[in-house]
Design a protein around this ligand. Structure first.
Ligand code: TXA
Ligand code: MG
Length: 336
């Protein structure tokens, strides 16, 4: 147990991930329990993917509509065939290249896969996470672990065990603490279930990288008709109204907010806050570090409960695609 274990509620649910707690977690999963686990992207809220009752508990804990499909996490590339049929060669190729890693593949599901996991769809999302705790848990458990990000529906994804507790409290049976997530934004989702390849969510693995490998264009999907909540506006949102503003307009936006007496928390990129601005976080210059700290920073600013969070637009080049995607969903443009 670590220092931050003792938390309100009925009992402490955070435990440091080690050999014993991982065995305990695997047992809980087998019994239909909910276990939050670290991955390299964000923390997931895990349940036995083959147990529809356990999977239902995920939706209840998150407050997420049941028609929103979940990602099934697997412990090896070979396990793809436990969940999918008509698997194209390209899926094997990409899985061998990127797994364990932040790439989720959408494939056609096997008929026996519970519809509870796929939100009633005939496709399934699969990924093998690159995190030692997640991989040990998958090994100890043996099967697939259905795991969305371990936050309340539409909230900011958790990148630490403490965030999970803040989001879900004792609705989770156990939270395995594996430290802060290395990448900080959710996996890239690539749909290989149809005729053409479609990007459903940008992530650490970029479209450019995938296109170069596959030697083909990947279309970016317009969500209409596809149940991919990660693509909805107002996803990944702080509770405080958050606005996005370019560096050029940043001072003007701050002046405007000051004129109407709004208290402002600032997520700065290039902007250097003045002495009067108490509530700000200066974000790292490089995209990898920016991504790693983004959700924790937004969460910290949200907890100040000020009137507004003002986010300075970082660069818009390919490396920043996943970050800009999440910022676009967490904020609305500031009208100067
Ligand atoms: O990095 C990640 O992917 C994290 C960690 C925990 O693995 N998981 C995650 O799960 O972000 P979640 O549920 O928050 O987001 C999964 C996304 C959702 O937007 C969901 O709609 C989409 O994957 N998805 C899952 N199955 C799908 C399917 N069959 N077709 C289309 N989209 C699907
Ligand atoms: Mg999520």
């Amino acid at each position: 147990m670590s220092d931050n274990d003792q938390v309100s509620d009925k009992r402490a649910v955070i435990v440091t991930a080690d050999e014993n707690t991982i065995v305990e977690a695997a047992l809980l999963l087998k019994q239909g329990g909910l276990v939050a686990l670290p991955t390299e992207t964000v923390y997931g809220l895990g349940a036995d993917a083959s147990n529809p009752e356990a999977v239902k508990r995920i939706f209840t804990a998150k407050g997420r509509p049941e028609n929103h499909p979940l990602i099934v996490h697997v412990g090896s590339v070979e396990q793809i065939s436990d969940w999918a049929v008509n698997i194209p060669d390209v899926a094997w190729r990409l899985a061998k290249l990127f797994w364990p890693g932040p790439l989720t593949l959408i494939l056609n599901k096997r008929p026996e896969v519970p519809l509870a996991v796929t939100g009633g769809q005939d496709t399934i999302a699969l990924r093998m996470p690159d995190n030692p705790v997640a991989l040990s848990l998958l090994k100890a458990f043996g099967g697939g672990i259905a795991a969305p990000s371990a936050n309340r529906f539409k909230h900011i994804s958790p990148t630490s065990a403490k965030h999970v507790l803040e989001e879900l409290g004792s609705t989770v049976d156990l939270i395995l603490d594996g430290g802060s997530c290395l990448l900080g934004v959710e996996s890239t989702i690539l749909d290989l279930s149809g005729e053409s390849y479609r990007l459903l969510r940008p992530g650490h693995i970029s479209v450019g990288e995938l296109e170069a490998l596959l030697k083909t264009k990947i279309s970016t999907v317009n969500t209409s008709g596809v149940r991919t909540p990660g693509m909805m506006a107002e996803h990944y949102s702080p509770l405080t109204p958050a606005y996005l503003c370019t560096s050029e307009c940043f001072s003007e936006a701050l002046n405007k907010l000051a004129q109407v007496n709004k208290t402002v928390a600032i997520l700065a990129y290039k902007y250097q806050p003045g002495s009067k601005q108490a509530h700000f976080i200066s974000m790292p210059e490089r995209s990898a570090e920016y991504a790693q700290s983004l959700y924790a920073a937004l969460r910290q600013l949200d907890q100040l409960k000020l009137d507004v969070i003002l986010v300075e637009q970082p660069p818009e080049t390919e490396y920043w695609q996943a970050i800009n995607d999440r910022l676009g969903k967490a904020t609305v443009p500031f009208e100067t």
